[in-house]
Design a protein around this ligand. Structure first.
Ligand code: HEM
Length: 218
């Protein structure tokens, strides 16, 4: 064999060996390469609860002096036997709804001590379908309680209404938290002591058939 032929054979063997090595590397590489995860399916849009725009929310119940205590009209309620007082307030006003099992007068007040003396009261009744509400003040231990206007004060009941239904009297009214009238007592944030009472007659000079004290917190 000539030297050039031997050289050609070696070159051919080298090439063949190189090819086989490359082939092996390729096969091994393919077998050992990490599995590429298949593409995840396209993400669907998120379904977490979303707050609807304000315009979709039911409006808060509006206070109306229509003699009906409707859902959401008041934020708090307290019951003393047959006497129920509902109330709500904002920064300026207090809204009160009294619902009492009587066909006579109903009242709520705030007093500085015991008895009725110097109590600021609101008294209302419904007669022949018409509601009457007085802003009154008790000058003595057990009355009398003339309207504030008769004492030189002001009538500070800004709106009122009422209905008598099924043996119940409902009286609703709105007042400033602090009227500035000296015959009114301001309502303040926190606990306000109240006195309550009701009669069995619309005549507001006839004494209550039931009365008591309670709390109204703002
Ligand atoms: C309609 C005219 C009224 C008369 C003639 C009258 C009369 C009296 C009398 C004689 C008492 C003492 C006897 C008892 O305890 O029952 C009394 C107590 C009381 N009254 Fe009247 N009242 C009148 C209206 C009111 C009103 C409108 C309220 C509340 C908003 C009220 C709240 C009270 C309270 C809380 C007591 C208990 C006072 C205490 O023992 O410290 N009263 N009332």
């Amino acid at each position: 064999m000539s030297s050039s032929q031997a050289h050609g054979d070696r070159l051919l063997r080298c090439l063949l060996t190189g090819f086989v090595v490359l082939l092996l590397l390729f096969v091994l590489g393919a077998a050992c390469s990490p599995q590429v995860p298949s593409e995840p399916p396209p993400a669907s849009p998120p379904t977490y609860p979303q707050t609807p725009p304000d315009s979709f929310l039911p409006p808060p119940a509006e206070w109306t002096a229509d003699g009906v205590i409707s859902d959401g009209e008041y934020t708090k309620v307290a019951k003393y036997g047959d006497y129920e007082i509902n109330w709500a307030s904002d920064e300026e006003y207090i809204y009160i709804g009294l619902k009492v099992k009587t066909t006579g007068w109903v009242a709520v007040g705030t007093q500085p001590g015991t008895t009725m003396k110097d109590a600021d009261m609101v008294l209302g009744f419904v007669s022949d379908g018409k509601a009457t509400v007085y802003d009154i003040y008790s000058t003595g231990d057990f009355g009398p309680h003339p309207p504030d206007t008769e004492l030189g004060g002001t009538n500070d009941i800004l709106e009122f209404g009422g209905k008598e239904m099924g043996g119940y009297t409902i009286i609703e009214f709105k007042r400033l938290l602090d009227t500035g009238d000296k015959y009114d007592r301001p309502f303040s944030v926190g606990t306000n002591q109240i006195i309550w009472s009701y009669g069995s007659d619309d005549n507001s000079t006839i004494k209550h058939v039931n009365r008591g004290i309670g709390e109204l917190d703002l």
